[in-house]
Design a binder for this molecule. Structure first.
Ligand code: THU
Length: 131
């Protein structure tokens, strides 16, 4: 199994843990960092809706807590019921950009077995940078 397939499997597995009682929409994300470590996250909703967090946000927070610095590949698996295309939301594009470089690949699953690959420049052109 390729590294991409392993990451996709991890994203699909963590997606099952999504806490999504308000939207019913399940998202899992798994990333490979610059140190070769894999981190995963799922969406965690809240009765006070804006307090919820996205799957990508959870995976990135775990990477930083684990001492990683750069995302090499991040896989996103989302959808209501079956997996369907779920490109990262605007806020998560900005969060990914913070820890991405030109080689970072964002793989968005179309279904359980296939995906589309994007660079951060494709998902967030002319992104905001501080300083
Ligand atoms: N969601 C994510 O986890 N990642 C995204 O990139 C898009 C949206 C979550 C947030 C919320 O819990 C649910 O999907 C519906 O918006």
């Amino acid at each position: 199994m390729s590294t991409d397939e392993q990451l996709a499997k991890r994203a699909l597995a963590v997606r099952k843990n999504a806490y999504n009682r308000y939207s019913g929409f399940s998202v899992g994300a798994a990333l490979l960092d610059n140190k070769g470590n894999v981190y995963a996250g799922c969406n965690v909703e809240n009765a006070s809706y804006p307090q919820g967090s996205c799957a990508e946000t959870g995976a990135i927070a775990a990477m930083i807590a684990g001492g990683g610095g750069t995302i090499k590949t991040i896989v996103v698996a989302g959808g209501s019921g079956e997996v369907s295309t779920c490109t990262p939301c605007g806020g998560c594009r900005q969060r990914i950009a913070e820890f991405a470089d030109a080689e970072t690949r964002i793989l968005v699953l179309n279904d359980e077995k296939s995906w589309q690959s994007y660079s951060i420049a494709e998902l967030l052109p002319a992104s905001f940078r501080l300083g």
